[in-house]
Design a binder for this molecule. Structure first.
Ligand code: SF4
Ligand code: SF4
Length: 157
């Protein structure tokens, strides 16, 4: 056809009769299959979920809120993480600690469905109250509601 150019060498008769090429491809697959059966230790895949990947130290997993020595949340409800979050997935409500007169988060929700795991919330926190060092990455659930982590979930992770 005018305007169409073939690239590379023309196919020979064996290649044109494609069954030979299919057989060649199948042989490669069978070779790998047999090799993987007898040398499972050399396979690059993991037997997930029985085997888990070793994560790098700086892996950003599911969030947690840290606590002070007396067990109360470190968070001072400054909204820095909420402001820094590019995905708008943090929602905080501030209250006051009755004993110390300090600001404290009374509601702290992270909508993990929106989270892009950028870590900006952790960087923005001035008091190291939020971390992503849980190493948890299996976040599936049967309901969207369960994927909005509230303050109790985040404090106990
Ligand atoms: S990791 Fe990024 S997207 Fe997720 S909550 Fe923190 S700032 Fe928002
Ligand atoms: S987690 Fe840190 S940045 Fe976010 S509101 Fe609490 S103190 Fe502020």
């Amino acid at each position: 056809m005018p305007g169409i150019r073939t690239v590379g060498r023309p196919m020979n008769i064996k290649e044109k009769w494609y069954l030979f090429e299919i057989a060649k491809g199948m042989m490669v697959s069978i070779r790998h299959l047999v090799s993987n059966i007898f040398h499972q230790d050399r396979m690059p895949t993991l037997q997930y979920p029985e085997e888990k990947r070793v994560l790098p130290e700086r892996f950003r997993g599911r969030h947690r809120l840290t606590k002070r020595e007396d067990g109360t949340p470190k968070c001072v409800a400054c909204y820095c993480c909420q402001t820094a979050c590019p995905a708008d997935c943090i929602s905080i409500e501030a209250g006051e600690r009755p004993d110390a007169g300090e600001k404290v988060a009374v509601r702290f929700d992270i909508n993990i469905l929106r989270c892009v795991f950028c870590g900006l919330c952790v960087e923005a926190c001035p008091v190291d109250a939020i971390r992503m060092d849980t190493g948890k990455y299996e976040l599936s659930s049967d309901s969207r509601k369960k994927l909005i982590y509230d303050i109790d979930t985040l404090l106990n992770d």
